[in-house]
Design a protein. Structure first.
Length: 118
């Protein structure tokens, strides 16, 4: 297992910005396609954004396209999510993990809470 630690969440007003970080320890994630997911209260965890191991390809959920940007620094073993123009519906706990089939997922971290007030 590769411990994943998400950070950078907080309370922000609608229209504001946050930058999330996902740091891995103990083992490199530099060869993995990584992704951010989020889970709002009473809802299932959903895909937000993904990035190929070398950063050459990124993908986004339609709900965040044009507002969020995923990036990575393999030298720091870290993945980022820049979130701009935040909306109340972006409120959720945000997690990172591999973008892969369930059996190959890394252990889920504790996530980081993002709360957007209207």
């Amino acid at each position: 297992q590769v411990p994943l630690v998400e950070s950078g969440g907080g309370l922000v007003q609608a229209g504001g910005s946050l930058r999330l970080s996902c740091a891995a320890s103990g083992r490199t994630i530099s060869t993995y396609t990584m992704a951010w997911f989020r889970q709002a209260p009473g809802k299932e965890r959903e895909f937000v954004a993904g990035i190929r191991w070398n950063g050459s390809i990124t993908s986004y959920a339609d709900t965040v396209k044009g507002r969020f940007t995923i990036s990575r620094d393999n030298a720091k073993n870290t993945v980022y999510l820049q979130m701009n123009s935040l909306r109340p519906e972006d409120t959720a706990v945000y997690y990172c993990n591999r973008r892969t089939v369930t059996r190959n997922l890394l252990g889920w971290g504790q996530g980081t809470q993002v709360t957007v007030s209207s």
